[in-house]
Design a protein around this ligand. Structure first.
Ligand SMILES: C[S@@+](CC[C@H](N)C(=O)[O-])C[C@H]1O[C@@H](n2cnc3c(N)ncnc32)[C@H](O)[C@@H]1O
Ligand code: SF4
Length: 449
């Protein structure tokens, strides 16, 4: 067993209880709660700093109904019509961004997330992607992905997505158990997902991801095993196994989830271990904290070569690219800053209509932030990092109990996370987060276990 192998088939309950705390999932460092006012000049300068291929994320906030567990930035609408104007405004935002970027930039990666991107009418979807492509041509091997709610899409729309050029499809599944899904207000028969998978497979060899969630009401090892067995039969190329993040002070609908009874941390840990057992048994390989993929997946290749990265969309193999965020609440990271769009759609629209970038808040990274970000990302993604010689004395000392508990090894300047430590990676990374200790608002993060 080695660190990259990452097989954890049991986690002592005493450790789960002792290390249970609130900590970020480090899709950025510093994390979004640290963002604050940022000047227009700082954003303009950062946008103009780099050249070459980049990534873009477009946030489509609309959904037809609210899943009570949802932690995303969403707006519920019964009708699709609202999407047309939204696409116009996203493209206007793209123009504002393009005017600040160096000429000739291309897209190596485009991700549409939400909310539910497939809430858009197919013609609006085509207009959005074609519009972005016209501003920033795709590179030959561009990774073009979309989050798909199987409840909002039919065969015609899926075929249209293929024609538009999407190569990676991420399905919101969560669970296949009817009782669990009813408790969180997301009825979704397995047939819907299966049909979408079959439709895409009939068109080609696409990367298909399933989002699963554990820690939901009424999930038991029995129900979850059945769900996992159904999942592996459908054979998605990649699986994201998210721990339900319970943050009801930010997402009031989650109080309805709480009323149904959330499994405790010991039960949640058992569900995670069970999922490892079933997925690894079915030939999947673990990636980072909570992803799995079939051999050949490019995230696995990136992990094997130590180049796996993490950004607001999760794990990525496209390292170190500028990321432009478009759409309400979208976060970009480029040229040494993070910048987040306004969350309120009317305010966001008004700002763009006035010809200004709709940035609400952001962060200019210092050299220390960049160094810590590299350490945290290396640990979170690749489970090993070489610390600069002589640096991080306090942090090395704070790793000592974790070394004692078998989470990490520290040999010379090299920190290696053990397979057991993978389960506690948020705790390990938190040691290097200089904002967390002082941050009375650590309460704002979800639990680690
Ligand atoms: C934007 S949604 C996926 C697309 C589409 N809206 C859907 O639900 O099918 C992204 C994913 O975030 C995950 N997610 C949402 N709320 C979460 C929470 N509170 N904790 C953990 N994961 C969450 C779900 O797995 C969900 O599939
Ligand atoms: S999980 Fe997906 S469909 Fe459900 S509310 Fe959240 S974004 Fe919308």
């Amino acid at each position: 067993m080695n660190a990259m192998d990452g097989r954890v088939l049991s986690v002592p309950e005493e450790l789960v209880a002792r290390y249970r705390t609130r900590a970020p999932r480090y899709t950025s460092y510093p994390t979004a709660p640290q963002f604050g006012p940022i000047s227009k000049d700082a954003v303009d300068t950062a946008l103009g700093r780099n050249a070459g291929p980049m990534s873009a994320y477009v946030h489509i906030p609309f959904c037809k109904s609210l899943c009570h567990y949802c932690g995303c930035h969403v707006e519920i609408h019964a009708r699709r019509g609202i999407g047309a104007g939204y696409v116009d405004t996203v493209l206007a935002e793209a123009d504002l961004v393009a005017a600040r970027l160096q000429p000739g930039r291309t897209l190596e990666q485009l991700s549409l997330g939400g909310g539910t991107p497939t809430f858009l009418e197919p013609d609006d979807m085509a207009r959005l992607v074609d519009g972005l492509r016209a501003r920033w041509p795709f590179t030959p091997k561009a990774d073009i992905s979309i989050e798909v709610d199987p409840r909002t899409i039919d065969d015609d729309y899926l075929n249209r997505l293929v024609d538009i050029g999407f190569g990676r499809y991420s399905f919101g599944v969560q669970d296949f158990d009817a009782t669990v899904l009813a408790a969180v207000h997301r009825p979704q028969p397995a047939d819907l997902t299966l049909r979408a998978v079959q439709t895409l497979r009939a068109r080609g060899d696409f990367d298909l991801n399933f989002d699963l969630m554990y820690g939901l009401p009424h999930q038991t090892p029995q129900t979850f095993r059945t769900t996992l067995e159904t999942v592996v039969e459908m054979r998605p190329t990649r699986i994201a196994l998210f721990l339900y993040a319970h943050v009801p002070w930010m997402k009031p609908a989650q109080k309805l989830v709480e009323k149904q009874g959330i499994p405790d941390s010991t039960d949640r840990s058992r569900l995670f271990v069970l999922a490892n057992e079933v997925l690894l048994g079915a030939g999947y390989e673990p990636i980072g904290m909570d992803h799995f993929a079939l051999p050949g997946d490019d995230l696995l290749r990136a992990q094997a070569s130590g180049t796996l990265q993490r950004n607001f969309m999760g794990y990525t193999s496209r390292a170190g690219l500028d990321l432009v965020g478009l759409g309400v609440s979208a976060i970009g990271g480029f040229g040494g800053v993070y910048a987040q769009d306004l969350k309120d759609r009317e305010a966001w629209t008004a700002r763009i209509d006035a010809g200004e970038l709709p940035i609400e808040r952001g962060f200019v990274l210092s050299d220390d932030d960049v160094l810590r970000r590299d350490v945290i990302m290396q640990l979170f993604c690749n489970f090993v990092v070489d610390l600069p010689a002589g640096a991080f004395a306090d942090e090395r000392a704070r790793l000592a109990p974790m070394i004692g508990d078998g989470f990490v090894n520290l040999v010379g300047d090299t920190v290696t996370v053990t397979p057991l430590g993978r389960h506690f990676i948020r705790n390990v990374c938190a040691v290097f987060d200089r904002y967390l200790e002082a941050d009375a608002a650590a309460r704002r993060y979800s639990h680690t276990a």
